[in-house]
Design a binder for this molecule. Sequence first.
Ligand code: UDP
Ligand code: MG
Length: 150
Amino acid sequence: METTLILFKPDALHRGLVGRILARFEDKGLQLAGLRLLRMSPEMAAKHYAEHLGKPFYGGLVGFMTSSPIVAMALRGPQAVGVARRLMGKTFGIDAEPGTLRGDFGCSKSFNLLHGSDSAESAERELALFFPDGLEDWEGIQAPWLWDAE
Ligand code: UDP
Ligand code: MG
């Protein structure tokens, strides 16, 4: 079983899309293991986006992510990292396929509603940053019907 970090970016909160998007992850069969409303500090943003330091969009990205509250969510399920990324769709709303979250809810390049960890290693590092006290360890009663026995 894998756990991934999803961030609802400021545009998702301003546009009132958190509930509808969260429901799509639940519909898919991923289970909540952590949920927080918070404001990302510039220090957190620098750690979270360290891989993008020096890129042309870095300043705008950090400014955007620290401009308003965000929601951090830990989701658990089989191959949760890849499943969540495919559900989100391509990085830019204009490129993302219909049926994906970024494809259905936006057509901006900079404001793309969501962050999702891109590997199990990134997920571990990012979850520790946003959920320093750890995650809730539980299994929903639907899990045997949603997840294959491993
Ligand atoms: N981003 C941007 N312009 C770009 C590339 C990326 O504004 O040309 C932003 C966008 O918000 C994206 C984030 O930087 O989600 C991180 O980029 P990455 O390539 O890691 O995309 P993701 O993993 O979010 O699909
Ligand atoms: Mg990324």
